[in-house]
Design a protein around this ligand. Structure first.
Ligand SMILES: [Zn+2]
Ligand SMILES: [Zn+2]
Length: 278
């Protein structure tokens, strides 16, 4: 089985418009070149976004509204690659989603990060901020999104195993490498099964994003793979998302995705295909 064949897309790519990229090299032509060089057929922008028609954004998102988002358009296309327009919106701790239903049609693909638990106090109450609380929020935020009236056929849930779940005591200087694994460990299989089965029923995408080669001990990698194996078993459909903010991450993405596809023994039937064709 050539697992690299499944890696024909990357649906979570930031451009220079995202404040945390702010890198002129991370421009649409460079991103298109990445897709061409790696044989990808579908790529999608995922700049950070808060729809100001929902409410006033949290302060760091003040300049991530509709006008800014559209500045990247029109996106360059090529014969082999379709370049889609998307967003990575936000979810507050009050479960307000930063995207108004009137604007669903603006985007080809919508990414919702339920695991942005580094944003205190926006997503987590600093007074109730324990690892146990973060494990509860992992489930309840995901479950709450699945109860919303969303166009799930074009929605992806971002980085469900990311280290932003528990950024550690030195954040923002340093994102803790280990603590997010403890959050994932605290959640029993049955709780994952319940919420991942709901993801499968809704037909939402499960993003594959973690750094396969960034876990140094075998035990760590197994702990991250565990939740993905449960998701696969529950019938979740997966898509790849590099969450690249700079070109160096684009350049290593395909090898990372391929290694994960092999470790999870993924097949075409496990893939999320929001754009219809393969
Ligand atoms: Zn994110
Ligand atoms: Zn992102």
């Amino acid at each position: 089985m050539d697992y690299s064949k499944l890696v024909d897309h990357d649906l979570h790519i930031h451009t220079y418009l995202s404040g945390c990229s702010d890198d002129p090299e991370q421009n649409p032509l460079r991103i298109l070149r990445y897709a061409e060089e790696n044989g990808l057929r579908h790529i999608c922008t995922a700049d950070h976004y808060w729809d100001e028609t929902v409410s006033e954004p949290w302060l760091p998102y003040i300049d991530h509204g509709n006008e800014r988002q559209a500045r990247i358009l029109p996106l360059p296309q090529s014969e082999n690659v379709t370049f889609h327009f998307g967003c990575e919106t936000e979810l507050s701790k009050e479960m307000v989603l930063g995207l108004h239903p009137d604007n669903y049609d603006k985007f080809d693909f919508i990414i919702i990060p339920t695991t942005h638990l580094h944003f205190m106090p926006f997503t987590v109450d600093p007074k109730d901020n324990s690892t146990e609380r973060r494990a509860e929020l992992y489930i309840s935020r995901l479950d709450g999104v699945l109860d919303m009236d969303l166009p799930f056929h074009k929605v992806g849930i971002a980085h469900l195993a990311c280290n932003l779940l528990a950024p550690g005591v030195n954040y923002p200087a340093e994102v803790d490498h280990k603590e997010h694994l403890r959050v994932l460990d605290l959640i029993p299989d049955a709780a994952y099964r319940e919420v991942y089965s709901k993801m499968a029923r809704r037909g939402v995408g499960f993003e594959i994003n973690f750094p396969y080669f960034g876990y140094y001990e075998k035990d760590e990698l197994e702990r991250v793979l565990r939740i993905h194996r449960i998701a696969k078993d529950c019938g979740c459909k997966f898509y790849f998302g590099s969450d690249a903010h700079h070109p160096d991450k684009l350049d290593t993405a395909k090898a990372n995705f391929t290694a994960i596809a092999e470790a999870l023994d993924l097949f075409e039937e496990n893939m999320f295909r929001p754009f219809g064709d393969k």
